[in-house]
Design a protein around this ligand. Structure first.
Ligand code: C2E
Ligand code: MG
Ligand code: MG
Ligand code: MG
Length: 277
């Protein structure tokens, strides 16, 4: 009897697992198809100089539009794209598309904005990545100084030696590296010191409680101090209120990004709102 129950449970779990695995497989197929059919889109979110209020950069954010007009947020498909390896061609598409877009904007006179592109672990671990970046920049006619590649702390420090080699390869091209979601992972400060870092992007969980209390402010101040020491800019992420904006400015954060300053929007809308106001 006990055996029968055990067997039943076993089958139940197996069924569940099979369903999850099938859904995953299905989603993976749809991702590959969407890439092939060029269905992905990029949205762009402004980065604002908190001293002057001017738009000095933009971050490209991946969007997957669905037939019903909605879109699937990147958090729901990037992990699967990573584990299936599809992130490599997808990430290459993002880089090409975003660089080509900035190239077009530059031709129309917007010379003063930088482009930030998110880079996944798989791309970052590819030794030929700097060469790929160099080629894409050449094709888009972009000066390397205009490109910032965003990597999270965990990716940066999972293989510190590799990261150092790669960051130096990119730095020798003139491309900057940003530490994304700074403060949520485990930055190894000693190793950070040896990396050519252009930006620390302070995670929105540090911005959200602002103006907050002494302790909330101390965390921001420490990131600002570290960034100064590294000769990097601090970008406050996820700014939604005037109170957060004022506090960040007062604490020495130089650049901001968030819904208050501009939501991520398609290229046309971005141009209308932020490049030709
Ligand atoms: P991220 O790089 O940290 O990007 C910032 C995320 O915060 C974006 O979410 C953006 O829409 C959101 N955000 C910006 N301002 C605010 C705000 O004021 N409040 C709130 N609540 N959220 C704000 P999104 O577009 O859903 O992207 C999520 C993550 O997916 C990104 O986090 C990044 O890690 C990843 N991602 C997006 N595009 C790409 C890509 O092309 N390649 C790779 N590898 N990852 C990407
Ligand atoms: Mg980012
Ligand atoms: Mg971030
Ligand atoms: Mg993030």
């Amino acid at each position: 009897q006990a055996k029968a129950v055990g067997k039943g449970q076993c089958c139940f779990y197996e069924e569940e697992m099979t369903r999850a695995a099938q859904e995953k497989l299905h989603l993976r197929g749809r991702l590959a198809q969407a890439l092939e059919r060029e269905e992905f889109r990029l949205h762009y979110q402004p980065q604002v100089d908190l001293g002057t209020g001017r738009v000095i950069g933009l971050e490209a954010l991946l969007r997957w539009p669905q037939p019903d007009g909605s879109w699937t947020p990147p958090g729901q498909f990037i992990p699967l794209a990573e584990s299936s390896g599809l992130i490599v061609p997808l990430g290459a598409w993002v880089l090409r598309e975003a660089c080509a877009q900035l190239g077009r904007w530059r031709e129309r006179g917007s010379l003063g904005v930088d482009l930030s592109v998110n880079v996944s672990a798989r791309q970052w671990e590819d030794p030929s990545f700097p060469e790929q970046v160099r080629r894409v920049l050449g094709e888009a006619g972009l000066p390397p100084e205009r490109l910032v590649l965003e990597v999270t702390e965990s990716v940066l420090f999972s293989n510190p030696q590799g990261a150092r080699r790669l960051a130096q390869g990119l730095a020798s091209l003139g491309v900057r590296v940003a530490v994304d979601d700074y403060g949520t992972g485990f930055s190894n400060l000693r190793q950070l010191q040896h990396l050519p870092i252009g930006q620390l992007k302070l995670d929105r969980s540090f911005v959200q409680p602002l103006p907050g209390g002494d302790k909330d402010q101390a965390l921001v101040r420490s990131a600002v101090t570290l960034a100064r020491g590294l000769n990097a800019a601090v970008v406050g992420e996820g700014i939604e209120t005037e109170g957060q904006l004022t506090a960040l400015r007062r604490l020495g954060c130089t650049v901001g990004q968030g819904f208050l300053l501009g939501r991520p929007v398609g290229a046309e809308e971005f141009e209308a709102r932020h490049l030709r106001p």
